[in-house]
Structures are given as structure tokens and as C-alpha cells.
Design a protein around this ligand. Sequence first.
Ligand SMILES: [N-]=[N+]=N[C@]1([C@H](N)O)O[C@H](CO)[C@@H](O)[C@H](O)[C@H]1O
Length: 803
Amino acid sequence: MDLSKRKFKDDYKKMMTEVYSMDISEAEPTEQFFVLGNLVRTYSSKNWSHTNQVYVENKQKQTYYFSMEFLLGRMLKSNLLNLGILNTVRDGLYDLGIDLETIVQMEPDPGLGNGGLGRLAACFIDSMATSEIPGHGNGIRFKYGLFKQKFVNGYQVELPENWLQNGNVWETRKMHAAVTVRLYGKVWLEKTASGVLEPHYEGAQKVLAVPYDTAVIGYKNDVVNTLRLWSAEVPAQDESTDYWSFIHQRNQIESISEVLYPDDSNYEGRLLRLKQEYFFVSAGVQSIIRHYKKMRVPMLHLAEKVAIHINDTHPALSVPELMRILLDEEKMDWEHAWNVTVNVMSYTNHTIMSEALEKWPIDMISTLLPRIYQIICEIDRRFTMKMSTLFDPSIVERTRIIECGHVKMAHLAIIGSHSINGVAQLHTTILKEKVLHDFYLIYPSKFNNKTNGITQRRWLMLANEPLCNLINRKIGNDWETTPTELKMLKAFRDDEKTLIELAKIKHQNKERFAKHIQKTMGLVLNPDAIFDVQIKRLHAYKRQLLNLLHILSLYFQLKDHPEADLHPRVFIFGAKAAPSYTYAKQIIKLINSVADLINQDTTIKEKLKIVFVENYGVSLAEKIIPAADISEQISLASKEASGTSNMKLMLNGAITLATLDGANVEIRDRVGSNNIIIFGLREEEVYQYYHDGSYHSKSYYDRNPVLRRVLNALIDGTIPDAEAEGRSVFDSLVYYGDEYFVLRDFDAYSAAQKQIDQLYRDTLKWQRMALINIAGAGTFSSDYTVQQYASQIWDVFSRIRDI
Ligand SMILES: [N-]=[N+]=N[C@]1([C@H](N)O)O[C@H](CO)[C@@H](O)[C@H](O)[C@H]1O
């Protein structure tokens, strides 16, 4: 949008008066933030209504991204950037004596997600609006986001994250668009005069689903899509309701959108979670059908105008919910309803971890969702009947939805969708050849790959402006909207001046981060050290332990030879553990105890430092990633479906230290083996071990003295105040099978780290590698990812420019 600095300053002063009836000089940073937020809403409101108007007038097909999680991060700067007024506002505020960076910190960071899956959804809705794809988000307005993490004596403690306590400037409550979601009750089918079986309901609990809409502003294109988040409220009560049953009912109902379950890649079969999953799905599907009817197009053509995407299995109940509406309310026959549903729905699988695959007990689903359960049974019956005529009974048995008293949500999503995609090539191959092989035999054409992506707007243009400016100086700014243009940077691979400038910017970012750590943790970091970063949820398969054991081996090396020629290292960890994941919390304690041991040991001359940042999330990631030299992507091959921090760190010039897992493989393909450090077991070797059971971790403890010394340190008191945790980890690695081959990959990992120590000393060589990584990172823009979804899965095209 065209906005002069003068106009902005006038608007801002006027808004301050309108919102707070006071002068700017009297305002606190929180008030200054709210006023700016309201101004941004005003600036985007016209485009928001115009975008919706055009979609309806065009009878435009629209896609709805159903996700239990949207890890948005702070939105002020990204909204200003996408409106194209970031610099104008920054300069205007400066004239008014206000520092934009100060008020940016006033915005709560809505932790409406656990990790990669939630952040991917946030990157996707930003990219859909920017790519002019009519794509909207549908989720839950959790009152409490992911817990706030605090370290108390090195232990993770979870605190409530009340992100709404000061209100949310970006949302609009749409009471008129509320819908009713039914839970519990009795359902029976009765034959009508025309012989059709009709459901009759009795005694359902009614939940009022109230939508809160947030504008999703496209980058410099006047497109504004919508993120609709639902809040559960008590419907209006009739006079007869007595006070206490009302209070009881209210607590029950409002608890549905109260708090996000803090599990990443792990299924918790709680009733409240099932309620949450059905709540936002039913509210979402009902509001889509209501909106669709405005187009006055027959319901049989729904799939030509609506695409619903199921982000992992959490929204898989969308399949039976749409069937319920088409059968019970639109009176469609089963075959037509099923055909429409399959063409509307598409599903993304995000993990192969068995403990993450959702399977709900029949009694829970049938009690809470009696009609939905009836429909799931009918889908299962028709599937097994049809497939029994085509495939071996064992395949039908393994693929049916209802099995052993449980409803397998992945099976429901696959059978009920026209597309199933993995999130990286290796992951999709593993789905086809192993985890979902039976389904691949049945539906080969449904399977496709859509490698994840990230938005360069948040993860480079906002997080790392100095690097952004350098790139623009070298190759112009076409890459901002055509990210593959970053490849033009390769022309400077031998330009010493550019490589030195790159090194300077990385060093400045490291100094900036070091200042932040000194201020928040009182730790002094050496910006000349190698900043080695591992930022992701704490999970055994991500192998933060491998990183820690190697750090201990370096420590003992320096204890033995303080003068050893080791380039100083700062190991930066950021990781939350699910509160019920005891082993992960023990690893957190262990990392913090080793950090205390090493950070306070003056004999090693500051050559090693461990920084475990508290409460890692989107805002901290934006601070850490520009300062990273090494990107730790060391999961056991086959376990990490994709990873996305790997792409963010690559885009900011970090060198990836990786196993050939998830999207690391495609990063290697993109930059070449000389510009990445690969180590460790390959996926096929891991499966060979599973096949022949020949991995015996203790033998690695017995025959590797370096490893034995490091492991013994876990139990011999070397590490202060972490005996129980040390013992638990020691036993799991040495005696209980080392499920994720940490000991098996230790030597290869140590050798790779040694290689890095050598490489880093050659600044030009290192910066050339960094430049090649930045140049290759454009491919991993989520703009391309969503355009592939739109053209190959959702069949949604942007025609907004035609008008
Ligand atoms: N659930 N889940 N899956 C994940 C992440 N944990 O959120 O989804 C992410 C987004 O697809 C993946 O990058 C990551 O590998 C995968 O483990």
C-alpha cells in the first residue's frame, strides 16, 4: 500500500486519541503497540472485505486448511512487511520518539502449536495469501497456548501461557457466524415413508462455536485471506437451567478450547482432545457449507468450489462430519455424498512414529459422537466389502478403519481423501514402501510428495535484515517474490569482498545474540566461537543426546589437554519436552547440569559453552537462527519426516550437520556434498538392523574408550546434581537397546564435528559454503510448496487478478 511517513504519523496520532484519548507522549509501549495494531487492521480491512467479495462474485474455489495448530509467532512486523509499510512505519515512529523494536516486544507470541506441524501451517497461510491462493486456516482459539517453559534447578517446569490476558488486537469476534456443535446424546435411524433411513437425535449437549477471524495479509498484493479460530461457549440458556448445572456445563464446554495439548509427535487418547478435534472440524465444515450455499451452486458440485485439507490426523473427523451433513441435512444418497467427500478432502501425514498415530477407542467415539461413529462404521463396512473383492484379506484386515476396538484415524483420512502426501521425498518413499504400503497398493495414485517449506518473509526478511540488505545489494530483490532467484548469489562464490561481508554480518548477528544471552541469562558468549545450534522439540529420535555426549567428549579432551587446538564452541539448545514425556525431561536436566559443569570450569579457557535457552519458540528462533554457524539435524535416519528448522538455518547461512533423514536429503541434493556435512546410518541400514536385530549398543560401550568415559560420566558423579537422570540415560543407551542408535552413530558424528572444526578455520571456504547454502535455500520457500498443493492437490487457482 502507498503510505507516506507524514500520513502514517497523522493516522497514528489520530488512532492514539481514538483508542486511548491521550497523546502519544503519555502512552506506554503496550498502548503504543495496540494503537499500531489497530492501525494495521484499518489499513488491511478494505482489502479483506474486497478479497472475500471477489471470491464469492467469482464463485472462486477456496481451500480450507484444517489444523489443530497454527504457530503464528508475533504478527506486527510481518503484517507491516506484507503491507509494504515496514520502513515507513519504523521511520515514522522514530520521528514520534518511539522505537518499533521496543513495541514489537509488547506483542504476545501466541503459542498455538507444538513445533514443526504448527509452524508449517502458519507459513502455509502466509504463503497462500502471498501466492494469491484463496486459502484460509481453520483451527481452535486456545485460551492457553503451549506452556511457558521455565528451568528450575535445570528441571523443566511448565507454566500457563495466558497469551490473551491483554486481549488480541488481530482478532475479530464474529458472533453472527457462530454455529452449534452437538456432542453425546442418542441417535437412532428410522425409515421414512420413501424408505430412506433418517437419523433421530436425542439429548445431545450443544456447544456454541464462536469464530474469531484474523486477517492473513498477502505480501504486497492486496490479498487478505482469513484464519478462523473457534472458541467453545455455552449456548443461550433457557430460564429453567439452575445455576450450578449451568456452571458445571459451562466449565465442561469452555474447557474444549481452553488449552493446547503439549504433545509433539505423540498421541494422547484423552476425551477432551477428541472433543477438541471434533469441535473445530464440525464448526469448520458447517461454516464452509453455509458459505458455499451463498454461491447457489448444487451441493453435488461442492468439490469444484471447496477443498478441505487435513493437517495430520487431528482433523480426520472432517470425513464423517461432511458425510453427516450431506446425508442428514442435504439428503444426498451415500454414493454421491461419498464421492463429493473424497474429492473435497486431502490429507498430509507428518510422522511415521507409531506412538504418534491416533487410534480412538470405539466406546469413546461412539459415546461422544454417536452419529459420527455410525457413519465411520458404514465407511468401514463399505471399504472392507469392496476391497475384499479386490485384495488379499490380510491387506483388508490391516487397512480397515475399525480394528481391535479402535478407530484408526490415519486409515479414515486416507480412505476418505483423494490425496495423501508426505512432507519430504524420503518420508513419502517410506510411507509408500513401508508404513502405508498396503494403502499404496490399494490407492497408488493418491500418494504424492510435497516437501515442506518456510516463508522467507519471516525467516529472512524480518529475522535477518542485514543479510537481506547484502543480498539485495548483490542481486537485487526479485528473490523476495521469486526465492529461487537467490541462486544468483552463486556468482559471488569467489568474490572475497562478498564473502567477507557475509562473515561480518554473521558475526554481527552473533554479537547481537550474545548480548541477548548476557542480558537474559548472564552468560558471556564469545562471538568468534562456532555457534552450534540444535533447536527443536526434545525427543529421543531427534538425538539431542548424541550432541550432548559429543560435547562431553570435547570437555574431557580439554580437561586432559587444556591447550588442545580446538576452535571455541558455543552449543545452543532450544527445546521443550511434553510434560508427560519423562525421558525427555531427564535429558533436559542432564543438558542443564552438563552446562553448569562446563560453563563454570575455568580450566578449559572458555573453549566450550552450553546455552540452553528457556521457553524456545518462534520469537526466540528469530533471534537464534541468524546467529547460527552450525545447524544440527542429527535425527536417526527415517525418523524425522522433514524438519523445517533445517531450511530456516540454511537460508541464514548456517552449515548443516546432518544424517540423511527427512528434508536433509533434499538440502544435500540442493547444495552438493561439499557444502554440507553428512554422517551416520542411512535409512536402509536402520531398517536392516530392525530386520536382523544385530545392533547391540553395549558392544559400543565396551569397545570404545572415548564413548565409555563419556557414558560413565553420566553415572559416576562427574555431572553435578543429575544422578537419577544420568542413570536413566546410561541404562537406556547401554542396557535397554539404545532405540535411536546414539552409540552406533557416535564415532561418525565426532568425526564430522572434527571436520567442521577444521573447515571453520578457513573463513573464505566456510563463507563460500554459507553462500552456496543461502543460494540454494530459495527452493524451500513455502510459496512454492503451497503452489504445488494448489495445482496438484486442491485444484485451486488464483484468478483474483482477472477482475
Ligand atoms: N507431528 N509432526 N510432525 C512434524 C513435527 N514434529 O511437527 O511435522 C513437521 C512438519 O511437517 C515435520 O517437519 C517434522 O519432521 C515432523 O516430526
